[in-house]
Design a binder for this molecule. Sequence first.
Ligand SMILES: [Zn+2]
Length: 616
Amino acid sequence: MRSAGWLSVVVVGLSLAACAPCVAAAEGDELVVNVRYRGEIPESDGQYRVFCRKQQWDAGETAIVICDMWNQHWCRGATRRVAELAPVMNRVVAAARRKGVFVIHAPSGTVDHYQNHPARRRAKGAPEAANLPEGIAAWRRWKDETEERVGYPIDHSDGGCDCTPPCKQGSPWRRQIDTIAIKDEDAISDSGVEVWNVLEQRGIRNVILMGVHTNMCVLGRPFGLRNLARFGKNVVLMRDLTDTMYNSRRRPCVSHFTGTDLVVEHVEKYVCPTITSTVLTGKPPFRFQNDERPLVAFISAESEYKAADTLPGFAHELELNYGLCCEILQGSTERNSADRHHMSGMEILRDADLVVVFARRRAFPADQMQCLRDYLGRGGPLLGLRTASHAFDTRGSAPPGHDEWLNFDPEVFGGNYHGHYGRGPKTAVTPADATADHVILKGIDVPLLSNGSLYKTGPLAEGTRTLLMGTIPDQDPEPVAWTNRYRRSRVFYTSLGHADDFENPQFRQLLINAVFWAMDKPVPERDGAVIDAAAIQPRRLETCLRSLSFRPEAEGRSGEIRPRPNGAARSQPDVSTPLRCARHDNVASLCISWAPASPLYPIPERLGIERPVTVQ
Ligand SMILES: [Zn+2]
């Protein structure tokens, strides 16, 4: 497993920091912090896996840096969102302060407003650190060559305002927003040097960045994520207490809040891990009022079928093409590791509109399992994939304080899992009798073939509705997909979900249909294509186009599709490749743009549609 680029830097940096003479840290509470980051999946065309890890920090060795939470921004929308964020941030910061975390306010360009404040004097008075890094005084445009080559996942070249009429750019900020209390024992500084000095003076290793805007100042300021990461601090972004400058009319033409999530993803891949305010409050992460995207929480914890590899790509598709907000709660992927039963962040289920379970023989901490029981108790819909039938049956090996749910399969899914056939024969999947018109099967070409071994699932409980049956030679067919009601919850389960199944557009469509059926919403039409192609091959591009119901015209110019040379294209100028395609019997010119610092984008205007949609 190759790891994210920042990992090696953190290790080097920590050893540097350890050599530096520093004052012993004040005694503080212990903070249990669940960090999330992403690592590249080997030989995967640039796909990433999510990692969630528990860390224990000494609160006395921990600081919060609040970036640019100004009283006013040049963009009205940005000012409004800061005002909405500030009271929440104030509560989170107060909770952290009570635990012994040091707080640094960094309202850049306005610190003179505070020139006589004890917190300002504290920052100015910190002695110069012996290990003051060269470069800490300056903005950092990219953390390293890898990040630069990849570039931003959103186009913010217009400044990111999406107000109507557009706001005029300027510098109207005068101080930090008053909603965030500044205590005498805090510090105020917008200088990388001062922030570093005060961190070193106090022996601080762990830094939590929050504030605005992730895609600009939070990453790039002298005291921002990039500098603190590359100079060896254990720095994290608090991903729910931030915002981006992003105009939804710009690439990739998604919700403002999806734009923020894409930048967070970028941070987790290339810069540093992230956390949510849940670690300090025990409450679900903050969401903006205008964020109306349905929230889908994935509970992923298994070691057999590469759920950790396949679910992030699927979640990405739901975000980019279907306007959903996806949160992946990733448990251990090891069969026998010490943290096998660890899970965190299930508090988010309180706000979730759908939960997807792909876990196997886990017993999560009792308070986390309670979140799932509460979620189902209020009628929240559920999707179960493959091992979900025995997700919470550890056969009696649950550690103390952890909960099993032995009857999850019969009780919730109406299933009857009792093992599976051996590997080898492909499973032919066909509709069950008289269900061909079910909305979950709409647009699915059957039979579809699965490489996964066939699960023995029947007979199902009364009240279930079987949608798909699976057949292997010389055996009785078994149900492979069905719906059920668990109390008030709409429930869908499929025993499919092998890594190969996710490569099959039919299977992905089945899941997408099930996602919307479970939420009792119509499945949106896909009407364009965004192809995330880190190093896409022509053959793969054709597969992508076909899965979108595009097909290259015989007389078209598909021969001109050029793959981006591996690693080189990010620095190339924007090259557009015209391609004639047909979709729904309409022939149109599809223009594929190899824009620098961007995924591969068919330009949707050519198809007469409003926004680009899916495909990985
Ligand atoms: Zn604006």
